[in-house]
Write a protein that binds this ligand. Structure first.
Ligand code: SAM
Length: 191
């Protein structure tokens, strides 16, 4: 599978955003390589976009564990649902909600491709639906940190291009790869 191939299933405007907004296939594969050595209850993508991370991970893992994508933009949620149905990937489910307002507790692994960054930057935005504000960004990152703090010891957060901050209270950085396409890291909730 290549990015070009996967992205060709998207409506055209979303194909051109892929490089900036959707996880590259190589990163999904690297994450799968890591997950294969883990005991997994379920994986959640915080800000699942068009569903690229969730759907490709479900294909690679052959439905071995539940994968949940949470996306607050209804148009992106609809694209991900359409592809999920088309490819009959029953281990994936998508929820159209905000993880800041309604955080999904109880999963073993979380994934985030810097979902709050768009609050700060106007370039390569998905759309102009959301307010851009440095203050809002800082407040949102704090809310996310508070939610993650409530997760059980042993919970893992996998990040691509970070989660929006450099310090994550209650977590230890356990893995980090500086790749040409961006930083990939794993954080673990510790006592
Ligand atoms: C950089 S994209 C990553 C998309 C997907 N995880 C992937 O890697 O292909 C970040 C996504 O997070 C979504 N997002 C941002 N804030 C959110 C929130 N509070 N709740 C749910 N989704 C959110 C955005 O709409 C966007 O689709």
């Amino acid at each position: 599978m290549t990015d070009q191939n996967w992205d060709s299933h998207l409506p055209l405007p979303y194909q051109s955003l892929s490089h900036y907004q959707w996880t590259p296939i190589q990163i999904v594969e690297l994450t799968w390589e890591y997950l294969q050595k883990q005991t997994i209850r379920s994986v959640v993508d915080l800000g699942s976009g068009v569903g690229k991370f969730c759907l490709h991970l479900a294909t690679l893992s052959k439905g071995r564990f539940p994968i949940v994508g949470i996306e607050d933009r209804s148009d992106l949620f609809t694209v991900s649902e359409t592809l999920r149905e088309k490819w009959n990937l029953s281990s994936v489910s998508f929820l159209n909600q905000s993880f800041l307002e309604d955080f999904p507790l109880g999963h073993s692994h979380y994934y985030a491709f810097n979902p709050l960054y768009e609050t700060m930057k106007a370039s390569f935005s998905i759309d102009m639906q959301k307010e851009k504000s440095a203050l809002l960004f800082l407040q949102s990152v704090q809310i996310l940190k508070n939610h993650l703090f409530r997760c059980k010891v042993g919970t893992k957060l996998i990040t691509y291009h970070g989660f929006g901050g450099s310090v994550l209270p209650g977590y230890q950085l356990v893995l980090k790869k500086e790749l040409e396409m961006g930083e990939w890291a794993v954080w673990e909730r510790v006592v």
